[in-house]
Design a protein around this ligand. Sequence first.
Ligand code: SF4
Ligand code: SF4
Length: 317
Amino acid sequence: MKEDILKYLTKDEISALECCTLCPRKCKINRINGEKGFCNTDVSLNIALIINHKGEEPILSKNKGICNVFFSHCNCQCVFCQNHKISSNKTAPKSLYNTMDEVIEKIKEVLQTSENILGFVSPTHQLPIMKAIIRALHKQNIYPKIVYNCGGYENVETLQELENTVDIYLPDWKYSIEELSKKYSLAPDYPNVAKKAIKEMYRQKGSSILTDKDNNIESGLIIRHLLLPDELENSKKVLDDIAWELSPNVTLSLMSQYNPPFALPYEKLNRKITQKEYDDLLDFAFSLGFHKIFAQDLTSTDSVVPDFDNNTFIRNE
Ligand code: SF4
Ligand code: SF4
């Protein structure tokens, strides 16, 4: 299995794995030799699911949905993660595909019924694999638009290397309060790291979303923020940072879909958000001058989350 993967990687990608600093954890361990750092991942495909996903922002999903590749494990460990069945680094990675050929065939199959967009979800710790997949597709003259769907906990240098690879950045900007990022995601430096990382994405893409004549997205940056219950102050600080550090002209996706995945050890996280909390956040965003906002209807049943046990999606109710 490892040999099958290594033959798809460049020398630079193999070197990067020999002393891994792909993400801000900078574990500096040799993943080629089987060592594992914070993300508990050596050199394996570790793809939990490849599936058509209609639940992304409408400009991405349009009518047909996009092809999403979900990696197992993550360089953050958010206590409220809705993908916890695959993102937890404590469990063995879910890996549905044994070879790169299987992965490529599955992506080709899903792309046939999707928009021409390929999204990588939680790709940071598996960047060499992501790049290898894209190269393998290009070799077959398949050129989907590439979405980088990440938690926002990224190295600037790593992002700089993606400038000509990623078409659409779709990062979370979760926190601007260190106490929260430490408590909920085991990443005390998240606010500062995410600020620098998303500024780099902004440098690459600017605030305009580019589309072709048929309104298919070509390139851009959409910043997601999930409002947590009782944490409006954090959310307002995040929006303040985006407005001042980037621009109120960027596109926001303000997510209201928070739903505790199970009984959490933090009492305040064990409920959904209220309409008032969400409306307050929207009003605050407008007051800062944001005008390109994907908002969610709290009463909508449209929100779907992956069901990794059955390799499909279920409603987030
Ligand atoms: S990708 Fe994994 S091993 Fe590499 S620095 Fe990040 S957490 Fe550590
Ligand atoms: S960054 Fe996203 S995928 Fe990773 S643990 Fe947090 S919520 Fe889950």
